[in-house]
Structure formats: C-alpha cells, structure tokens
Design a protein around this ligand. Structure first.
Ligand code: HEC
Ligand code: HEC
Length: 300
C-alpha cells in the first residue's frame, strides 16, 4: 500500500513538474510573440474631410464589424475578463483620455487597421486584422475620417493580460492573440473598389463574416465559444441556405428572420449591424456566397 502511495506521489509530482514546464514554455512563447516588432509597410492615405465620406466611414465601421468590439461610441471596452484566461480590451479609438487617436498619426492608424501593427511596431492583440488587410485605400481613408470625427470619450487605461490558461491556449493556437502574425504584409490592396451587385464585390465585404463562419464559410463554433452558444452556420451552397432566394437572404440579414421562421439571435449573429448594408451590398454578398463551392458543415 505504502509503495502504491509513493508511486502515486511520484506520479503527482511528475504531473506538477510537467504543468510547470508547460506554463514556462507558454509564458516565454507568448512574451516573445508580444514583443516581436514588425516591419509593416507604411500606408500613405488621403483622409477625406467631406460629410459624405465620413458617413461612408461610419457605414463601413458598422458593416465590417468594428462596432461589435469598439462600440457605438468608439470607446472600446473589455471584451472578456476571466481570471485564468486573461483580460482583453478593445482600444478606445476616440481622442479622449486613453484613446489612441490623439497620439496616432493617420499613417499609424492606417497601419494598425490594415496590418495589425501598433505605432511601436508590435502586434495588435486579438483584433482580426487579417480580415482588414485587403480593405481599399479609399475605405481606410473613410474609416479614419469617421474615427477622427467622433466626440472624445475618456476611458480607463487599457488592460491586456493573459492568465495561465490563456497563455497555454495561445501556445496551442486555440485563441487568436497576435493579430499581425496572420497578416500577409506583401498584399497590395486596391486603391478603391466600386460597389456592384456582383460576387467579386461580395467577396470584398463578406470577409467580415469569416471570423465566425470560418474562412471557408462552412460554419463552426464561434471563437472562444462557451457551452451552449450556437455555432455559426454553413453559408455555402452545401449548407443552411439551400432553397433560399435573394429576398429570403435580405430578410434574414435585415430582420433576423429566416425562411423557416427562426429568429437569429443578435447577441451571436450581429444582423442588426448587417441590416445597414445597402441592397447592392446584400445582393453582392448573396451572389458571392452562391458562387462558393458546396461544403459540409465545418469543412475547410
Ligand atoms: C473582434 C474584435 C475587434 C474587431 C472586430 C475590431 N477590432 Fe480594433 N481592436 C480590438 C482590440 C482588442 C484592440 C486592442 C489591441 C491592443 O491593445 O493590442 C483593437 C485595437 C484597434 C486599434 C488600435 C491599435 C493600436 O495601435 O493600439 C485600431 C486603430 C482599431 N482597433 C481599429 C479597428 C477598425 C477600424 C475595425 C474595423 C474595420 C476594428 N478595429 C475591428 C478588437 C477588434
Ligand atoms: C460574430 C459572429 C458572426 C458574424 C461576424 C457573422 N455571423 Fe452569421 N451567424 C452567426 C451565428 C452564431 C449564427 C447562428 C445564429 C443563431 O442560431 O441564432 C449565424 C447565422 C447566420 C445565418 C442564418 C443561417 C440559418 O439558416 O439560420 C446567415 C444567413 C448568416 N449568419 C450570414 C452571415 C453573413 C453573410 C455574415 C457576414 C456579412 C455573417 N453571418 C457574419 C455568427 C456570425
């Protein structure tokens, strides 16, 4: 009996040692990735000042999903704060206290949006920057014009912190962390993209769906999903939208009501933001989704 107990103790000790090593590896890994300085290209962008462009900036801020993290007043706020996981805060984009825009030049904001790189060259935390790299120069200009136009909001200093579990999940690629890592810094985005009811324009917009519906648009669990949260659904012709018409799609995206009478839950599927899409934008996204290869749920 005593022998068994001592083996048990050795086993436990071994496990504890293993956990300690794992934590050290995860800490070194995440710290070095956080400190990495990126040589991201500078973007020379003209920032418009007319009301129509600022309004387009507000439009894209909404339909690209920035609003979901940075909020209606652009002041950001805590996205999650869970002891062992960590704390992630979306930046305050206003020129208020602890906002970034009083300190940042237009070129620095443009580089942060497009490449996920901060003014000091380190990576932005958690923001899906790879979805924004291809945004046209013109639209980045409109976004910045809008960001610069909003009233200042004062906030507390931003806290970004990984807990031990967060670090281990980041080490194993289970949590998105350092945005710049996923960005293609060699991409040359278009100067401007003209709206058109065409699949190509739909692809340009629908990249904002990939963070949840996955890059193949075939659905799957939401990033960091808790038990009981619905998965994002399969938007390819192999999935949920079989038999839908363009009108059905427009209704679902603007009212949350699907042809089968189901109500999409806005806290998981942000349709009220997509409801701001124009008829042309919705048709473009629809045509793009219809042009995709049919996939099974979660198939990449
Ligand atoms: C999934 C949530 C999320 C979305 C969507 C998102 N952001 Fe962010 N963003 C963040 C977080 C979190 C930070 C703070 C990053 C940090 O401090 O490292 C941030 C930081 C920023 C920064 C400042 C970077 C810096 O240098 O400190 C800018 C500018 C920005 N976001 C603009 C945008 C714009 C414009 C959009 C839409 C096109 C957008 N964000 C969409 C989460 C998001
Ligand atoms: C923040 C995550 C998120 C984003 C971003 C997102 N979706 Fe969704 N989507 C979901 C979730 C979750 C559901 C399931 C909602 C439910 O069951 O209530 C869903 C459901 C849907 C449905 C309904 C399918 C059905 O049969 O019921 C459609 C259509 C859809 N999304 C289209 C889109 C499009 C197009 C975009 C991009 C313009 C997009 N979604 C962006 C999370 C997201």
């Amino acid at each position: 009996m005593r022998k068994i107990l001592s083996w048990f103790a050795i086993g436990l000790g071994g496990l504890a040692a293993l956990a300690a090593v794992l934590l050290i590896v995860a800490t070194v890994n995440t710290n070095s990735r956080a400190a990495r300085v990126y040589d991201a290209p500078w973007v020379a962008i003209a920032i418009p000042t007319d009301a129509a462009s600022i309004d387009l900036g507000r439009h894209f801020y909404t339909i690209r999903g920035c609003i979901g993290c940075h909020g209606e007043n652009l002041a950001g706020g805590v996205m999650f704060d869970v002891g062992p996981l960590g704390t992630v805060t979306a930046a305050n984009l206003t020129r208020g206290e602890n906002g970034i825009t009083a300190r940042y030049s237009d070129a620095e904001i443009a580089r942060a949006i497009r490449f996920g790189v901060k003014a000091d060259g380190t990576s932005v935390f958690v923001m899906p920057s790879a979805e924004m790299t291809g945004i046209s120069d013109e639209e980045v200009g409109q976004l910045i014009a809008y960001i610069r136009s909003v009233p200042p909001v004062d906030t507390e200093p931003v806290v970004q912190r990984w807990g031990w579990l967060g670090r281990i999940l980041v080490l194993f690629g289970q949590l998105p962390a350092y945005s710049a890592e996923a960005v293609d810094m060699t991409l040359t985005p278009p100067a401007s993209v003209a709206p058109a009811a065409a699949a190509e324009y739909g692809a340009y917009l629908a990249i904002a769906c990939t963070g949840c519906h996955n890059p193949a648009y075939s659905g799957g669990p939401l990033p960091g999903a808790q038990e009981g949260e619905p998965p994002a659904l399969n938007l390819t012709p192999g999935g949920e939208l079989i038999g839908w018409t363009l009108e059905d799609f427009k209704t679902a995206m603007t009212t949350g009501l699907t042809p089968s009478g189901r109500h999409l839950r806005a806290e998981y599927m942000p349709w009220p933001d997509f409801a701001e899409m124009t008829a042309t934008e919705l048709e473009a996204v629809w045509l793009f989704l219809q042009s995709l290869p049919a996939k099974e749920f979660e198939e990449r």
